[in-house]
Design a protein around this ligand. Structure first.
Ligand code: FAD
Length: 338
């Protein structure tokens, strides 16, 4: 986990449950010994440059660093795994896995891309977002700064061919709106894959994280669900429990709701985003507001089949259904060599 992110700053979301995500990780015996800042206050801009404050009593998310840095989330997980006796092999690409094991090799297609820069900065810690289809079609542009480092990205759900234009506009907008200062900028980007699998299983192997397609389809938050699905998969291997029943119970309805949210968001346009931002600002607590958005309701359940038809992953899964398949990334279904 983490190689593709270099030193990206990301948000560990803290709104889908009342319980704080750090407590949830601790309940699962996952380390929280990584550098983080609790993000309670930030700013979202609409396409006309109007600012909307986000002010929450509890953190809306925790800003963390990804990749190989000494205090990153990934380094903390690596240290914990090694302390438990796990042997980690770097630069070792596995094609097949016989015997028990979990598959978790990340995204298989680009349903969204996030492109921009990492940089050093003297800006204070903070987060800023812009909802504007001219900067990030059907997505959002964001700027995160932590302890002298920063990430600025356009996270787009369409218009990938013009990514350079959107990144240029994103940088200009953050310069104008918040005085973005980038020292030693380094380009960085990545892809996100969203898909709700019927079963998260390949051969006899449970599949976790983004390889399974697990990710918030609305905004692309996938860290928390990758960790939780990994723990559920490991437990199922150990106790013989039904992994598919477990992930469905734990976050299946949240995934369904996020697809409904995505289908809705795709229809909004800049005026719709502005309406949502005004509405959000009038609510007392943005974290509670977001939790309601991500929670299932009768009306959202009604729209799930329609939303799943409207919003389809670009991933065409060619996995076979052989129970004895050992491919880490199965292509047997295409007739290609696996
Ligand atoms: C630019 C960007 C910004 C993001 N920001 C956020 C955010 O702010 N908040 C959030 O929650 N989510 C964010 N996400 C999504 C989140 O990072 C992912 O959903 C999450 O990292 C998925 O974890 P994973 O373990 O499933 O996959 P990954 O983190 O991709 O890990 C898969 C690992 O498998 C390795 N691997 C691949 N193939 C093989 C093979 N054949 N053999 C052995 N190893 C292999 C890879 O090298 C990698 O280390 C972002 C994604 C991107 C691209």
């Amino acid at each position: 986990m983490g190689y593709r992110f270099q030193r990206d700053l990301q948000g560990l979301e803290n709104w889908t449950t009342e319980r704080d995500v750090l407590d949830t990780l601790q309940d699962l015996a996952i380390t929280t010994d990584f550098e983080k800042i609790p993000c309670r206050q930030g700013t979202v801009f609409d396409a006309w440059g109007q600012a909307y404050a986000v002010r929450s009593r509890e953190p809306v998310f925790y800003m963390v660093e990804r990749g190989p840095g000494p205090a990153s989330l990934d380094s903390a997980l690596l240290t914990q795994a090694r302390a438990l006796g796990v042997e980690v092999r770097f630069n070792s690409r596995l094609e097949r896995l016989a015997g028990p094991g979990i598959f978790a090799i990340g995204p298989k297609a680009a349903d969204a891309i996030a492109v921009g820069y990492h940089f050093d900065t003297t800006m204070p810690d903070g987060f800023w977002t812009i909802c504007d289809n001219n900067l990030a079609p059907q997505g959002y542009a964001y700027l995160l700064t932590m302890h002298g480092r920063g990430t600025v990205k356009s996270c787009m759900f369409s218009g990938f061919k013009q990514e350079k234009l959107y990144v240029t506009r994103t940088i200009e907008a953050f310069r104008r709106l918040v005085g973005l200062e980038m020292i030693n900028p380094r380009p960085h980007g990545g892809v996100g894959n969203f898909r709700i699998p019927t079963v998260a299983q390949s051969g006899a192997h449970p599949v976790a994280g983004e390889q399974a397609g697990f990710q918030d389809t609305l905004w692309g938050f996938g860290i928390r669900i990758a960790i939780i699905s990994g723990v559920l998969a490991a437990r199922s291997l150990l106790d013989g429990g039904d992994y598919n029943a477990r992930w469905r119970r734990q976050f299946g309805s949240m995934l369904d709701t996020s697809v409904v949210n995505r289908a809705f968001y795709n229809l909004l346009g800049n005026r719709g985003y502005r309406w949502c931002l005004r509405y959000q600002e009038r609510r007392s607590d943005p974290r509670a507001f977001l939790r309601r958005c991500y929670h299932s309701s009768r009306i959202k359940r009604f729209f799930v089949p329609l939303a799943r038809r409207r919003y389809q992953s670009r991933r065409k899964d060619s996995s076979c259904d052989h129970v004895d398949c050992t491919c880490v990334w199965c292509r047997c279904g295409t007739g290609e060599p696996g």
